[in-house]
Each structure stands twice: as C-alpha cells, then as structure tokens.
Design a protein. Structure first.
Lengths: 134, 134, 134, 134
C-alpha cells in the first residue's frame, strides 16, 4: 500500500535566498518546519511542537538532498509523509516539487519528550494513529 | 564630551545575503545583536539577554538606515554606543563601517523586565553605570 | 481620508521565537517582508523585490516598535499601508494585530534602483498609482 | 591514520534558540556554515562559497543528528573534517562538542560548479589537496 502523503504549497521568499541566487540550504528546513507545523495543527489538531506542559516534540535528526536549486519566487509543493519508528519517534519524509519535478528530498525525525524531565516518552496509540493516518 | 564607543569585527556570511547579492536588511539585526551580546558578556560581564531569573532584557524598538549595501565576505566594524534613557530603558546606537566608510546606522532599545511578571523594572545604578561606561 | 490598508494573516512559527518564549525582534521583519511580497505579487501584480532586469526594490530603512510580545502559534494580522514619498521612494507603514489589539508598529522604506548602475530611478506614475492604491 | 580535524569556537546566540529553550535544529547549519567558511578563508585561503567567476561551491546534501540540546550562551567547539569524495564533491564531517561531550554530529556535502553553466566541474588536484590537508 502506498504511503499516505500530505501536500503544502509554499513560496521561496527573498530571505530564503542567498547571493548565489538560490535558496540557501538551511532555508529548506524552514519549508520542512512549516509543512510539519501546519500538518500537526490543521490535520492532527494539536499544538506543535509544544503540545502541552507534559509533551513536547523535539527534533533529533534532519537531512536534505538538494537535487535542483530553488530560486526567488518559486512556487513549491512540500509533500510530507509521516511514519512511526517507535512509540517515541516519528519520522517525516519530505519531498519538494516544482512544476512537477522533484527538487529536494529529505526527512526530519522527532522524539516525544516530557519537558520537565527532558526524557523521551511514549505517545498514546491514538495520537500515533492520528499523526500517521493522513 | 564624546560618547563612548565599542567596536566589534564581523564578517558578512552567505546566509546573511540574498539573491540581490547584498546582505538582507533583517540580517543587520544579527550584526547588532552579536555586538550587544558580546559587549554585555565580555565587557559588562553579565549573561545577556537573560541575566538571571529576575532580570531579562527585551527589545522594545529597532531601527536601521541602509546607506551602502554590504556583500558576501565584507569585513565590517560594528560600533556600539550605549545610553541610559531611564533606569528601565537602555538605547544602543549602532553604526557599521566598511573600509572606514559608514554603511549603516541604527539603534536598538531594550527594557529591563522581571520575566515572572513581565513588568519593566529599574536597573541598579551600579549596573547602569557598568553598561554605559565603556 | 483614511489611508488605505491591506491585511495579511500570519502565524508565529517556532523558528521565529527565542528562548525568552517570544518572537525574536528580527523575526518581525520576516512578517513585514511576507506582507509586502504578497501584496506586490498578488495585488500589484509584479515580481518583488526583483521586478525585472532594470528595476529592483531595495530596502533603505526599517523600524519596529514592539508593544506586546508575540508567542509561538499566535495568529496575527499584518496590516500594510503604502505611501509614495517620492517617485523613487515608497514607504510601507506596518501594524501587527493579535485578537484585535495592536502589538507592533513599524515601517519599511524602499528605493527603486537600476541594478546595473545601482542608482535610484523614478518609477512610472502608473506603477506608483498601482502600488499606493489598495 | 586518523582523519585530520579543524576546530572552531562558537557561541549559541539568542537568535539561534527557540521557545523550547534550545538551539533550533536549523541553527546548527549556521554553525556548520560558519566553520566551513572560516576554514576555507583562513586556512585554505580562498573566498567561499563564491571562489571566483568560474568556480562556486554549492551544497548538495546536509545532515545532522542532535544528541544533546544546546542552549543560549553555550560555548561550543565545531570540529570539521574534510574528505574528497571525487574531484567534484567534497564532504565535511562536522561534530559539535560542549564541555568535552559530543552534542551533535552531521555532515555537509558540496559540489564544485561553474556558475555560468551550473554544471559540476573537477577541482584542480592542488586545490583538493589544500582543502583536505588540514
């Protein structure tokens, strides 16, 4: 079965670009963050990444491969695909498309923690299901 | 009497620039922030902007006039000049020079607050003197 | 006659905030930039800030007064009001509201330049009219 | 033979942090960029990432694993270790230490391109040797 996907539209802004005329490589993590934050708020229906006083999501790994450059004003589609690695770890596969062509692929991995102890905690099954069922 | 001044050296980095080939206008506030943070830590000898649990500095106003563009790799001097507006408000006049020519002028105004109440509080005279005597 | 205004909705993202739990003061210039870029593209109908090979807009001044802090997840309205200072200089007054209360006011001033000479140039009257008539 | 390493000292600034009280995950790529730019300028002796009109370095992959959070004011050591993957591709392994403990590991991969054609080009052996011999 194909993995579910969720798509967000985004524009490359002047502050995302650098003097090489392309989006700076770190700017892509803003695109990834925007897509994940909107997904969690609008579709899963939780505040993100600070869910409540006992549950925060923190990023534990990030990765991106830049296949084609993006430039000022480019309209891009950020495609997000979530997967539970464990009850504590969610991975979001991220792909960026422009005019139907994939320009970028990467992923962001988050852990669930209790901010009072800064220890990883298990998510309720119900929440994992909501996050991973698009 | 001439106002005291403090000078920091800085380099314009690729992530400061945009596709116009110049430092993005918001990047200058990173230069200002760096200069103020280093000044407060290295010369005044306090943590900044979170001094302790009862004293934070928060920015209440920022301003910059961009006279000449800055570009990737430019070596700049950020000149900081502090002034107490009141016992609660400190203003830092900021000037940026490249090769002896002023490229940018601006200021950042901060208030002293108690983060528990988020109310402005008066700084001790001794601390005001340390901040404003370079 | 009241000055015309244009409103954009925005959300404060995790990368806009800092360890004081508020939007970092430089992040507001991202909100201002977003509002201006969307206004110029969607309403005026031009690419921005690089209009074409002979016309760029460059920022020559920026200012913000932070009256109330903004925090992660805040839904804000960025209200933009353009004014022609001359045929070469446009000023955008910016106000940010949250829950009907003004939290921030500021402005951004831009010059029209020819990027080949980096000299200020006069805008056509027709374009000034389009930019300043909301 | 142990791989050569180069160390840069850095401070976590307020604008690197977010409302979780830790350095935002994308900020680490600023630390990586700073280390690489300083290394290339100060040790290799070339402008970076725009070497000249015929040679640019562009980032084609980035990765980071966040083992321990970094916080405002933390003094960190960014350890850089370069390796030639081919005559066109250089990989920088990056490790961040605080108080002797590794907090972060990652890498950045760059390609050499001719900006006029945006095609990958081979670096001269002499330049590869200078980049990879610390």
């Amino acid at each position: 079965m194909a993995q579910a996907e969720f798509v967000f539209e985004e524009t490359v802004r002047i502050y995302d670009t650098d003097t090489q005329g392309i989006a700076h490589y770190a700017s892509y993590y803003r695109f990834f963050t925007n897509a994940i934050e909107k997904y969690m708020q609008e579709k899963v229906g939780i505040k993100y990444p600070i869910v409540n006083d006992d549950l925060w999501f923190v990023i534990v790994e990030s990765h991106a491969v830049y296949k084609r450059p993006l430039r000022l004003g480019d309209k891009i589609s950020v495609v997000l695909s979530p997967k539970a690695i464990s009850k504590k770890i969610i991975r979001f596969d991220m792909n960026i498309f422009k005019d139907g062509e994939k320009t970028t692929e990467g992923y962001v991995v988050q852990a669930s923690i209790n901010p009072k102890t800064w220890k990883a905690i298990e998510l309720p099954d119900e929440l994992i299901a909501r996050i991973t069922t698009i």
